[in-house]
Design a protein around this ligand. Sequence first.
Ligand code: MF3
Ligand code: CO
Length: 255
Amino acid sequence: MIKIKTSREIDLMRRAGKIAAAARHYAGKLVMAGATTQGINQKVHDFIISHGAVPSFLGYNDYPASICISVNEEIIHGIPSLRTLVRGDLVSIDIGATKDGYIGDCAATFIVDEGDFDSERLVEVTKKCFYEGFKFAKVGNRVSDISRAIQRCAEENGFSVIREYVGHGVGAALHEPPEVPNFIEKPRKKADPRLMPGMTLAIEPMVNAGSAEIKVLDDGWTVVTADGKNSAHYENTILITRGEPEILTFEGEIL
Ligand code: MF3
Ligand code: CO
């Protein structure tokens, strides 16, 4: 059952979303040559706590850190470690913040110093894919209208979208129905819900430079490209309204 949020819940999600988005912005400033991914994790953890929230991912299904940091061919769910970032690394950072029982979930990919032309383009296209999907996040459309726009954007640019991990409803739980895939399933096997005001969704394109094939590493978490090519991720929590959708993981005035 898809949960339609009340105006009170939406207000709480806006607050959680602002903290998550501010933490993402802060994390981006920490991405630099010589930083360790564990160091970034610790600082972002402290940032979230200092804003009266808790990191949503810590302990979720036994996930052992506060944020996910996935470098280069790592797509998502990279576990922070002693790895030191170097110039040109693509660093995807995924952050959840829970405040007063509600969650903001967002992600972005940052490049250490600057990347080569293809890396910069992958990061830009992935963000664009989010906004292409976002345009369709309106009453009268279905979830698949978002999915189609994201897939088209990625593939038009010569990239691919993974199939095994998808966007999702989000609220008091990190993962709520519906699933928000970044691709269209043919033939369609799953329900394709209509978008309604008060739905809150995490739209999150995960875009590979090469093939869509993935592997999961032996740590049980880190998802990597099978061909070893780079991948990027961009995510916001959004609200379906009667008019234009709203980005809840938006860096606003309160912080
Ligand atoms: N933001 C991701 C998601 O929406 C990562 C959560 S996985 C976790 O699924 F286990 F690390 F929490
Ligand atoms: Co998510």
